[in-house]
Design a protein around this ligand. Structure first.
Ligand SMILES: NC(=O)N[C@@H](CC(=O)O)C(=O)O
Ligand SMILES: [Zn+2]
Length: 431
């Protein structure tokens, strides 16, 4: 007894789609058949049949940078609401960052997250990061071996940069010894001066201090040198500046083991799009200048930047109501990521569907050594059905996330996920 997905279209390169019948047994794709005739009575007694209705069937999306907020900040999001929101966005594997309370600087908190994900995680695969330093204070390293043993996917102090170069080098040496990746939020605190938006036209217009590009790129440059010295796999979080792209491109050219990610908002919005002092446009790194937006796009397109992540960062309406200066940084991302990128870059012809899917499935799996991210016989049946034609406006009131902090309210988008499956089980379905 298994599950058939019929009338589904699979991307076979470029923008090509081909109808394939998929058979799933024991959570694994056991067959993918070409459809040569309409006649089909392949289902046997007890088989479930899902009619994809001509929609795209793609590997489930993988998001290596998310914030689920539990434990500690359950008023923003929980593992239950975050995974539900992820499933609706078509994500089947998500990695959650360590800036919870307590921080994931100890094996117990890693195990708690894994256990909650198992019981309340809506079937979505959740991969917790272990923190680099205790309480993410940058003073003392965590016990990397113990965190790995508890199930940490990689190490990161996301939310803050590791200010001390020696500490970062030690972290890299230890991670390298364990065959683990160091994932860095790149930010030099000494250059921030409490600013909340980028240095650029918006800051100038409103008489605000700006966050300079160097605050990110200085860490990228430093860490590339440390990665070269230690040989660790070093991954750069949410790349937002032209300078960071340039440094990563040069590092890759000389064979340093560096990979990088970018978020939809940094590919789509610049500081010039910020309508006013509205904290739903405040995130870290901030929206940069149009020149940076073009640079990160080119970086993704030429392979300098490897993958796309959402940096789903929920905050409550009350917190965001504190205004641009005082509200916390961050926007939600799961439920709009694919439609945004599909509408902005595939429908306009800048990217192929293959390119977009690869950056959200196969590449993240490759960069982090996951076995998911493929749609083929023998692979885990983690997949998403997407209605590429249906167009709808973003309605934050309707989000499954606990939070609504997004700058994309009202955007008319196509490419909405309609069904998400993990290991052969439907974990979310549009009614
Ligand atoms: N990206 C953000 O703006 N905020 C993140 C932290 C982070 O990813 O740096 C958060 O935890 O709210
Ligand atoms: Zn970050």
């Amino acid at each position: 007894m298994g599950t058939w997905i019929i009338n589904g279209k699979v991307n076979t390169g470029g923008n090509e789609l081909a109808e394939k019948r998929i058979y799933i047994e024991d959570g694994v794709i056991s067959r993918m058949e070409e459809v040569s005739s309409r006649e089909w009575n392949g289902a046997e007694a007890g088989d479930e049949v899902i009619d994809a209705g001509g929609r795209l069937v793609a590997p489930g999306f993988i998001d290596m940078h998310t914030h689920l907020r539990e434990p500690g900040f359950e008023h923003k999001e929980t593992i239950a609401t975050g995974t539900r929101s992820a499933a609706r966005g078509g994500f089947t594997t998500i990695a959650c960052m360590p800036n919870t309370r307590p921080v994931t600087d100890n094996p117990e908190t890693i195990k708690l997250i894994l256990e909650k994900a198992r019981t309340e995680g809506n079937g979505v695969r959740v991969l917790p990061y272990g923190s680099i330093s205790k309480q993410e204070l940058g003073r003392e390293l965590t016990d990397f071996a113990a965190l790995k043993e508890a199930g940490a996917v990689a190490f990161s102090d996301d939310g803050v940069g590791v200010q001390n170069s020696k500490m970062m080098k030690d972290a890299m040496r230890l991670a390298q010894g364990l065959g683990m990746t160091v994932v860095a939020h790149c930010e030099d605190d000494s250059l921030l001066e409490g600013a909340s938006v980028t240095e650029g036209a918006f800051a100038a217009k409103h008489g605000l201090k700006g966050i300079p590009n160097e605050s990110e790129a200085i860490h990228v440059g430093r860490d590339i040198l440390l990665a070269e010295a230690t040989g660790v796999h070093y991954h750069v979080c949410h790349v937002s500046t032209e300078q960071s792209v340039r440094l990563i491109r040069q590092a890759k050219a000389v064979g340093i083991n560096v990979t990088a990610e970018v978020c939809p908002h940094h590919l789509i919005l610049s500081d010039e799009d910020i309508p006013g002092m509205d904290a739903d446009w405040k995130m870290n790194p901030p929206l940069r200048t149009p020149r940076d937006v073009e640079a990160v796009l080119e970086g993704l397109e030429d392979g300098t930047i490897d993958i796309i992540v959402t940096d789903h960062a929920p905050h409550s309406p009350e917190e965001k109501a504190k205004g641009m200066a005082l509200a916390p940084f961050g926007i939600v991302g799961f439920e709009t990521a694919f439609p945004l990128l599909y509408t902005k870059f595939v429908q306009t012809g800048r990217w192929t569907l293959e390119f977009l899917l690869e950056r959200m499935t196969g590449k993240p799996a490759e960069v982090f050594g996951l076995k998911q991210g493929k749609l083929e016989a023998g692979a885990d049946a983690d997949l998403v059905l997407v209605d590429l034609d249906r167009s709808a406006a973003v309605d934050a009131a309707d989000f499954l996330s606990k939070s609504r902090n997004t700058p994309f309210i009202g955007w008319e988008l196509a490419g909405w996920p309609v069904l998400t499956m993990v290991a052969g089980k439907t974990v979310w379905q549009d009614e």
